[in-house]
Design a binder for this molecule. Structure first.
Ligand code: HEC
Length: 275
């Protein structure tokens, strides 16, 4: 069959669209998401097969976040099942309202007044990992710092002026913005030095540092806590993501086998033409 010029035009248009989508994706991806004054967001790599991480994340979420943020597209029983927590243990330890049933949606524990308390209603976080991105959440929850000019005495580098108080302050400790003397880098990439060989320094501000001894967790422990919490929010955003990704590999495997078989069959049939 011969292609008409209309076919060709459609084909070229489709190709241009694909290329455009690819580049937009690249540019957005390369930026690491919009983390404002924090600079580039910290990279986050979810691990949805790590049940212990997801279980810890769920426990932290229910204890520290669920009071304000609902997860209205999730059901209690489904979360327990997906995270492989026996239902009796789950309900005994993580469900504080005893009237809640397995099939109930996680509609939150917040009263209607919350808009008046915070100026904005704490949003439902079911899909936050989808529209903000996991990099963003992971950076946001670790970027609170002391700022006495604000209502709750804290501000956030990733979300400046956020209406959410720093609910994990007692765990992380008092984080402040500090200035540091850092070596001046010359154009050739090396450190600049004076005549006697000492590095030349300049003051740079905007670094986050936790005041020692003010938090219950060390920096590593706190980072792990936020990792688990973010991992849990990625799970909540798409509960069947892990299954989907696993099945994806089977499908690709099937295609490989099928292609091999089809090409063998093709060769077999083709023998007849060459006689
Ligand atoms: C005291 C109530 C309260 C608690 C507890 C709380 N938050 Fe929030 N959170 C808010 C409010 C209010 C906002 C809206 C902030 C804004 O838009 O300025 C918010 C916003 C957010 C956002 C940004 C959502 C968006 O769409 O921009 C994330 C993510 C978030 N919270 C995560 C958490 C996590 C995780 C926890 C538990 C560690 C938590 N929050 C605990 C009140 C709370």
């Amino acid at each position: 069959m011969i292609f008409t010029s209309k076919d060709l035009r459609i084909f070229i248009n489709a190709l241009c669209l694909l290329i455009a989508i690819f580049f937009v994706n690249e540019i957005y991806g390369a930026e690491g998401g919009p983390c404002k004054e924090y600079g580039e967001c910290d990279k986050f790599q979810y691990s949805l097969n790590d049940m212990e991480s997801l279980q810890r994340g769920a426990a932290t979420y229910i204890n520290y976040c669920y009071g304000c943020h609902s997860l209205k597209y999730s059901r209690w029983g489904r979360v327990a099942k997906d995270l492989q927590i026996p239902e009796d243990i789950f309900f005994e330890n993580l469900v504080f309202d005893k009237s809640i049933k397995t099939g109930d949606l996680m509609t939150g524990a917040m009263s209607e007044d919350s808009v008046n308390w915070f100026g904005v209603e704490p949003p439902d976080l079911s899909l936050v990992s989808r529209y903000k991105g996991d990099d963003w959440i992971y950076s946001y929850l670790r970027a609170y710092y002391e700022d006495s000019s604000k209502q709750y005495g804290v501000n956030n580098l990733v979300y400046p002026g956020t209406a959410m108080p720093n609910v994990l302050l007692s765990l992380q400790g008092n984080q402040r913005l500090i200035c540091k003397n850092i070596p001046i880098i010359a154009l050739n990439g090396g450190e600049k030095r004076d005549e006697s060989g000492n590095s030349l320094l300049k003051e740079k501000c905007g670094f986050l540092e936790v005041e020692e001894g003010t938090g219950m967790l060390s920096k590593e422990e706190f980072d792990t806590l936020i990792y688990d919490l973010t991992n849990f929010l990625v799970y909540v955003g798409e509960p069947s993501k892990a299954t989907r990704e696993r099945i994806g590999w089977y499908v690709i495997f099937y295609f490989l086998i099928f292609t091999a078989l089809a090409s063998l069959l093709y060769r077999e049939y083709h023998k007849d033409y060459n006689k």
